[in-house]
Design a protein around this ligand. Structure first.
Ligand SMILES: [Zn+2]
Length: 412
C-alpha cells in the first residue's frame, strides 16, 4: 500500500513496479532520465524518499537511493531498518504507542484550509489565522513525521487487535469487528491529544438495517455540523460509481450508510491511481475493501478530502495481496493462532507478512509474490539470511514457483 508521487500524480507502488504491466512500463519510460522522480508518500518529513528509474534491457524498474531505505515508514514496502542501530537525530514517528494509548499525527487536514477552529463545548469558533508570532523558541529537533489516513487506520486495527487471530473463533462478523474498532478508538488520540473518537464515524450494525442506517447517518451529520470540520469515516466499500453530474467525480457507497461519499475529480483520480488494485476488488465476495476518509459536509452532500483504502479478508485481517489472503484463510480453516504484524515489535528487524504463534517458538511467515525484480530478490535473501542468523524459523511461499501453498509448520 505504498504510494508514489510522480509529477503530480500518485501511483500504487506495486502497480507501478509491475513489469508485466504495459501502462506502468510506459510511465516509467516517459520519466526515465527526467528530473521528475517518483517519491514515496509514506511519510511527510524532509528526508529523501525519491526513487530512481533505471532500465535493463527493455524493462524499466525503480531503485532506492543509497542509505534511504530507513527513511520510509515501518509499514512501507520500501522500508528497511538502518544498518547501524545508533541513535541518530531521529525524528519522532507519526504513530507513537505510549502505554495503553496511541497518538497519531495525521497529515490530512481536518479543518478547512486557512481556518483553524477551536472547539469550546458545543460551540465551535472559526477564526482566521493571521501570521501569529511564534511564542516558542525555534526547536532544533526535527519536526515529527505525520501519516496518511491508512496509518491511522492501521493504528485502530492494531488497538482493536483485528490483526490477531485466536483459533477458537470461527467467524468475526461485521458487527463485532466494527464495534471493536469503535472501542479501540477510545484509546487513540490525534494531535494536541484530541480523542479520535470525537471525529470518528464508524458504520455500525445495530438491531436492523433501517436502524443502523439511521444511527450512522445521524453520527455523520453530527460530526460534520460545523462545515469547517471533517469527520473521519470508516466503513466497508460496497460500490463505487461515477457521478452523472460532475465528470471525473466518484461516489462511494459504504455498507450501512445510505448517503454516498463524493470524491471530487482531482481526489478521485489520485485515489484510483494510488489504490488501483483495491478499487478493482470492490465487491469481491472473499474479501473486504475498507475505507477511511476525511469528510466535510457541503450543503447536503458529503465530500471527501482525503482517503485511504485497505484490504482485509472476511474476518477483517489486513492482507497486502491476494496471496496473503489465501494464507490467512487457510490458517483460519486450520484453526491456527497467528497475527498480521503492522509494526515492528520485539527484536525483529523486518516486518514479517505473518507470525504463527502456536508453535514452541513463533514462526515468521513470508509470501514472496514478486519474482521478476532483482532488488526484491536481494531483499528477500537478506531477510532469509537474517532469520537464519537469529535462529528464527521461517515458513515461506513463492507462489510463482509453487502453485500449491506449502503446509504450515506443525502445532506444538
Ligand atoms: Zn515509503
Amino acid at each position: 500500500m505504498s504510494e508514489l508521487l510522480l509529477d503530480g500524480e500518485t501511483y500504487d507502488y506495486l502497480w507501478l513496479t509491475d513489469r508485466s504491466h504495459a501502462k506502468a512500463q510506459q510511465i516509467l519510460r516517459r520519466y526515465h532520465g527526467c528530473t521528475e522522480r517518483p517519491c514515496c508518500q509514506c511519510l511527510t518529513d524532509k528526508r529523501n524518499r525519491q526513487l530512481v528509474i533505471k532500465v535493463r534491457g527493455q524493462r524499466y524498474y525503480l531503485a532506492r537511493k543509497a542509505d534511504t531505505s530507513h527513511h520510509h515508514a515501518e509499514w512501507c514496502l520500501l522500508y528497511e531498518p538502518p544498518e547501524t542501530g545508533g541513535p541518530s537525530a531521529k525524528q519522532k514517528p507519526a504513530i507513537q504507542y505510549e502505554g495503553d494509548t496511541v497518538n497519531v499525527k495525521l497529515q490530512t487536514r481536518l479543518t478547512r484550509a486557512s481556518f483553524t477552529t477551536t472547539q469550546t463545548d458545543d460551540k465551535p469558533v472559526a477564526e482566521d489565522k493571521p501570521n501569529l508570532p511564534h511564542k516558542k523558541a525555534p526547536s532544533l529537533k526535527p519536526a515529527r513525521a505525520s501519516t496518511r489516513p491508512v496509518g491511522l487506520f492501521q493504528a485502530l486495527i492494531q488497538k482493536a487487535q483485528l490483526n490477531d487471530w485466536q483459533p477458537q473463533q470461527t467467524e468475526r462478523p461485521f458487527a463485532a469487528s466494527t464495534r471493536a474498532l469503535a472501542k479501540a478508538a477510545q484509546t487513540v488520540t490525534l494531535e494536541k491529544q484530541q480523542p479520535v473518537a470525537e471525529r470518528l464515524v464508524i458504520t455500525l450494525w445495530e438491531r436492523n438495517l433501517e436502524h443502523s442506517q439511521a444511527i450512522n447517518l445521524a453520527a455523520l451529520q453530527t460530526r460534520t455540523d460545523n462545515p469547517q470540520q471533517a469527520a473521519i469515516v470508516v466503513g466497508e466499500i460496497m460500490a463505487c460509481r461515477n457521478s452523472t453530474k460532475i465528470e471525473g467525480s466518484i461516489g462511494l457507497k459504504l455498507k450501512l450508510l445510505n448517503v454516498p461519499l463524493w470524491l471530487p475529480p482531482p481526489l478521485a483520480r489520485k485515489a484510483t491511481n494510488s489504490f488501483a488494485q483495491l478499487f478493482d476488488e470492490i465487491g469481491k465476495p472473499d474479501r473486504r475493501i475498507l475505507a477511511i476518509a476525511a469528510v466535510f459536509r457541503n450543503k447536503t452532500s458529503f465530500v471527501v478530502s482525503d482517503i485511504g483504502l485497505i484490504r482485509t479478508n472476511r474476518q477483517f485481517i489486513p492482507v497486502d495481496s491476494s496471496y496473503e489472503l489465501q494464507v490467512t484463510d487457510k490458517l483460519i480453516a486450520e484453526q491456527r493462532r497467528f497475527s498480521k504484524p503492522l509494526k515492528l515489535e520485539g527484536e525483529l528487524r523486518y516486518l514479517p507478512d505473518f507470525l504463527l504463534h502456536d508453535c514452541q517458538i513463533p514462526w515468521v511467515m513470508e509470501v514472496f509474490g514478486i519474482t521478476n525484480d532483482d532488488k526484491y530478490q536481494a531483499h528477500k535473501l537478506e531477510k532469509l539470511q537474517y532469520y537464519r542468523d537469529h535462529g528464527i524459523p521461517c515458513w515461506q511461499w513463492e507462489p510463482d514457483a509453487e502453485k500449491v501453498m506449502p503446509d504450515f509448520p506443525v502445532k506444538t
